[in-house]
Design a protein around this ligand. Structure first.
Ligand code: PEP
Length: 249
């Protein structure tokens, strides 16, 4: 399948204070000195997006949120809407991360509603899917991610920019990664599920891999067929490490 330019996105999770903005400016400088062959995005905590957007202005790094509410506005104390993320300077938003699915009881239907909200606000969603260790050991990995794709992706995505991230839950933050064959198998299954769900529009959306990506394994993972980029957690916090992954694309 023909792939467009790869997307390497950093998910800072609940890490980062104003003092961490130096990492974003260090990344900007590194990419100015030697531009990346891929799209690069940072998804910091929502509190840092506006300030980071200001610091990175004029550069190539895109910004994203890590979640949004499904409603456009209203009485949802503590929540952040997609329009608020866009207003702060985000162009992307991670949705359905396994930490949200598990820790905040987000079902496929909730994720799909958030995807709709993101599209309404003009954001490009990165929709996460992935199996638990128990599901993999039971031989259910492909079926689980295919179900998540079918349930989490609204049909309105068909004419919109979006990405899917395959993130095996057992690989996130553990240092463990699937074999390259396992990544290839699941990415092929996600591609088939995308086409089944969205028709020809499902042919081109990048399918990122996420889960313990680091400079030493990035190039081989990014070379796997149908891997259209990476969603990177811990290794995106330090510019020096993240750039090592970006150079693998
Ligand atoms: C993630 O949380 O999206 C992730 C991939 O984390 P890590 O790279 O730290 O495994």
């Amino acid at each position: 399948m023909k792939q467009s330019v790869k997307l390497i996105a950093g998910n800072w999770k609940m890490n980062g204070l104003a003092s961490s903005l130096v990492e974003a400016t260090a990344l900007k400088s590194a990419l100015e000195a030697d531009p990346a062959d891929c799209r690069v995005a940072l998804c910091p905590p929502a509190t840092l997006i506006a300030q980071m957007a200001w610091q990175l202005r004029g550069g190539s790094i895109e910004l994203g949120g890590q979640d949004c509410h499904a409603a456009a506005s209203g009485a949802f104390t503590g929540s952040i809407s997609a329009a608020m993320l866009a207003d702060a300077g985000a162009r992307l938003v991670i949705l359905g991360h396994s930490e949200r699915r598990a820790g905040f009881a987000e079902t496929d239907a909730v994720v799909a509603a958030k995807v709709e909200a993101a599209l309404q606000a003009g954001l490009e969603p990165i929709i996460c899917v992935g199996e638990t260790l128990e599901q993999r050991q039971a031989g259910q990995a492909v079926a689980v991610v295919a179900d998540q794709v079918a349930g989490s992706l609204p049909l309105s995505l068909a004419d919109q920019a979006f990405a899917v991230a395959y993130e095996p839950v057992w690989a996130i933050g553990t240092g463990l990664t699937p074999s390259l064959d396992q990544i290839e198998e699941v990415h092929a299954a996600i591609r088939a599920a995308l086409i089944a769900r969205l028709g020809p529009a499902g042919q081109t959306a990048p399918i990122l891999y996420g889960g313990s990506v680091k400079p030493s394994n990035a190039a081989e993972i990014l070379a796997v067929p149908e891997v259209g980029g990476a969603l990177v957690g811990g290794a995106s916090l330090k510019a020096e490490e993240f750039i090592g992954i970006i150079r693998g694309a």
